[in-house]
Design a protein around this ligand. Sequence first.
Ligand SMILES: C[S@@+](CC[C@H](N)C(=O)[O-])C[C@H]1O[C@@H](n2cnc3c(N)ncnc32)[C@H](O)[C@@H]1O
Length: 452
Amino acid sequence: MTEDANLCRSKATICSDNHSAVAKSKNVGSHKRSIPGPVSKAVQRWILQVQSSIPGSIEIDRIDPLPLVNALSRYTVYGSLLSVRPGLFETGAWGELFNAHQSVTASSFYRILAEELRVTHIAYNGTIPATQSKYGEEEASNDFGSGLDQSQATLLRIPAKIQPLYGYFGPLEDNTTANTDRIRTWPNHKALPQTFFATVQQFGISYVFPPIHCMFSRGNTREKERLLNLPAIQSAVHEGQAAGTGCAAVDLYAGIGYFSFCYAKAGVDTILAWEVNGWSVEAFRRGAVQNKWECKIISLSDDDPVLEEWRVQDHEDEKQSSAPRLVMFHQSNEYAADELERTRHMWPPIRHVNCGYLPSSGPSWSAAVKALDPKLGGWLHLHENVKQSDIEAKARDVVVEIRKLFDAIKAQRGSISSERERSDVQLEHIERVKSFAPGIYHCVFDIWVSGT
Ligand SMILES: C[S@@+](CC[C@H](N)C(=O)[O-])C[C@H]1O[C@@H](n2cnc3c(N)ncnc32)[C@H](O)[C@@H]1O
């Protein structure tokens, strides 16, 4: 886990507490010479409270705050949500304390900790396993927070390991409305108003997510920042401006908007997003509203219980172009190619396609190549988990595969004879986003594909 070290309540941030006061003296309240961090303050306040509520116990009078603070030295704040490592309060210093003093419970500490860190909710979190690949097996899932079986929960990136500790997160039992045929869920009308959505700020963009239903991907920070400044995106934006057409990007695994919102922030006029998890679709819509981007949801199944909010345009922008800023298709990206074939005339030229799925985004590549503007071409950003020693070879394979798909599309479009003076499919860059597991890298292959 890597992230900024500062505590910043509106960012998804791994934090360490300044506990120099307790490190200097184990006496509760001895913070005259340095300012304790919020965790130290919370522990000190809580110990005082415990001591005053159970007076006369020698052991309670001697609770040592330092190991308690140390155990909480790393935590993550996602806006108003505090996430700590699973089991923190049942093991180590905290576990020993509660085992020794049955009358003292963690719940009285959560409230004080929430106050000091200025959050409303606390949860144990765990990583979401990316199974189904030899390089994706991260760890086994438990079933917390989801009525779906593991493969569906994994595909939809449902955070099966989150365990609420403090604050009401919403009805967990309602997360069972999976349409197993099309592997999709939608926000249950009854559960929706009761469900807690956290808001996180990154790079001036607001992201909204319901922690019990959708992951928030901290690990992609580097990739988000790259997209915000990517010359290829800037050149698509400038070419669109010069031609008076604007430009569009497609996000085939949109989630709550991790990458879609970066394209919007970078100046792309329209982003066409695909997402199967209805809770992510709703989070995406709420995020768009917070960022003041008009968002239209297209829900294509007749039996979908479309939410009233999804029917209306959320943001009336006076300078709005003919196409909305964000268009979310609540369906599998398997349908993206057909949908774009039918509606291409409605959107600016599609110049970038993002395939952000691990361990492999391979199943979406055909749709991605088809999505690009037939005349101008554009860029694909293909995410893969790759063994470190295989990265260069994988890049060559990716180019071969994309060229094969491109040739098939050219044949379909009747443009097979077009010369290859300029290489039609080119690897532009390999981004090593992060180490996913020992020896395995989350890579993004940036591929240029010319017009057909
Ligand atoms: C890992 S999240 C990725 C979000 C973002 N692209 C990222 O990398 O941070 C993947 C998202 O893809 C969605 N998803 C999985 N299969 C899909 C499919 N066939 N069509 C559309 N969305 C899909 C999941 O529900 C999940 O929200």
